[in-house]
Design a protein around this ligand. Structure first.
Ligand code: SF4
Ligand code: SF4
Length: 361
């Protein structure tokens, strides 16, 4: 599959020619969108979701709003009606776990209707429980709970800050689809197995979990699985550590993310992908801080194939000279398996690892 690249460098050697707006990465991004043709299937009047990540309170290296705005302008130019979107996080009490908190943090981090030139809509609703259920026959998952606004849009453009991730190894387009486009029940299913469980021997019957449960799933201090949407609110409020969750780590999380991406791809229409290999931090943007970049900025990739673009981004990352000694010997978190995630994504038909990289000058 073809992957297009623009370079982030803009070295001008002649002082009299310093004023060159076309060297801006924003200008290059617009050219990349035109030359790659990733928006060619957007038709007049299409409602287009521009999916990105707003970060958490304290995250400082999310994608700058000017890039998202440039994508929005290109969608408008193509005849589409864009909205910028994101989903809530897993949990009920941290700010970014509801649409209200998500929008407040978006504003703090510089994303507003004014800066983006498009409205912001939280795709999985007020509490992260607006979804469509998509059946899949996965190794781990039988159902994916896709954020409703993603399923309803006529097209989705993924603007992904490519960085490392402590669960999936790399946080690229596959992760933006598989994690970023699902509602709370699937966010749980990719991080944990089964259902939360109240441990009778630890429970003091304080009732805090009953109060926060949005589905009235806790009766007689037991969780009724048929009613539980796996938001983890009960575990968050329990001071006694009496709510047990079987959290997962490593390769299985990556595989579950891929299965979620498979579910999303069954209902999301006209998907296109932009990976921004800029500020490649060791952690995901869901962390409330941003560490130093691990490599120098590389540029932006565009493709219609989420696997090709992630494989190309991963290869560019691996071949770059580390600027930080943090991961100089281990290029990703040791317990993660990014290569296996890419292989599994290809196996499930999400795209091809093979790619041809075309540089746009
Ligand atoms: S919050 Fe914890 S201790 Fe309180 S009732 Fe629920 S499980 Fe029991
Ligand atoms: S019982 Fe289920 S739905 Fe209720 S708070 Fe706990 S995880 Fe959320």
């Amino acid at each position: 599959m073809e992957v297009f690249q623009v370079d982030s460098r803009a070295i001008v050697t002649q002082p009299e020619k310093w004023y060159q707006p076309k060297l801006s990465l924003v200008s290059k991004l617009k050219k990349l969108i035109d030359e790659s043709g990733i928006l060619e299937d957007v038709q007049k009047g299409d409602i287009v979701a521009v999916k990105t990540h707003f970060g958490d309170r304290g995250t400082t290296k999310t994608l700058r709003s000017v890039y998202i705005r440039a994508v929005v302008e290109k969608v408008i130019e193509a005849g589409g009606r864009p909205f910028v979107t994101e989903t809530t996080g897993l949990g009920m009490i941290r700010p970014r776990c509801t649409a209200i908190g998500r929008l407040e943090i978006a504003e703090e981090n510089g994303y507003t209707q004014q800066t983006l030139k498009a409205p912001i809509i939280i795709a999985d609703g007020l509490l992260g429980m607006d979804f469509v259920e998509v059946p899949i026959d996965g190794k781990y998952l039988k159902k994916v709970f896709v954020a409703k606004a993603i399923a309803e849009a006529d097209a989705v453009v993924f603007c992904t800050h490519f960085k490392l991730h402590m669960q999936s190894g790399i946080g690229g387009s596959i992760k933006n689809v598989g994690v970023g486009c699902v509602a709370k029940p699937s966010k749980f299913d990719l991080h944990a197995s089964g259902y939360p469980k109240i441990l009778a021997e630890k429970c003091t019957k304080c009732g805090k979990c009953i109060k926060i449960c949005p589905t009235n799933a806790i009766q007689d201090y037991r969780i009724i699985e048929e009613k539980c949407l796996r938001c983890t609110g009960c575990a968050e409020v329990c001071k006694e550590d009496a709510v047990e969750i079987n959290w997962l780590l490593g390769k299985e999380v990556g595989d579950r993310i891929v299965e979620c991406a498979k579910g999303v791809s069954k209902v999301a229409k006209k998907m296109s992908f932009l990976n921004f290999i800029l500020d490649v931090t060791p952690h995901c943007d869901c962390h409330p801080y941003s560490d130093n970049s691990l490599i120098s900025d590389i540029g932006i990739l565009a493709s219609k194939d989420m696997v090709s673009i992630d494989k190309a981004s991963y290869d560019l990352y691996l071949n770059a000279q580390p600027t930080s000694d943090f991961l100089a010997t281990n290029r990703f978190w040791q317990w993660t398996a990014p290569e296996s995630m890419l292989e599994f994504a290809e196996e499930l038909g999400l795209g091809e690892q093979r790619y041809k990289l075309t540089k746009i000058e």
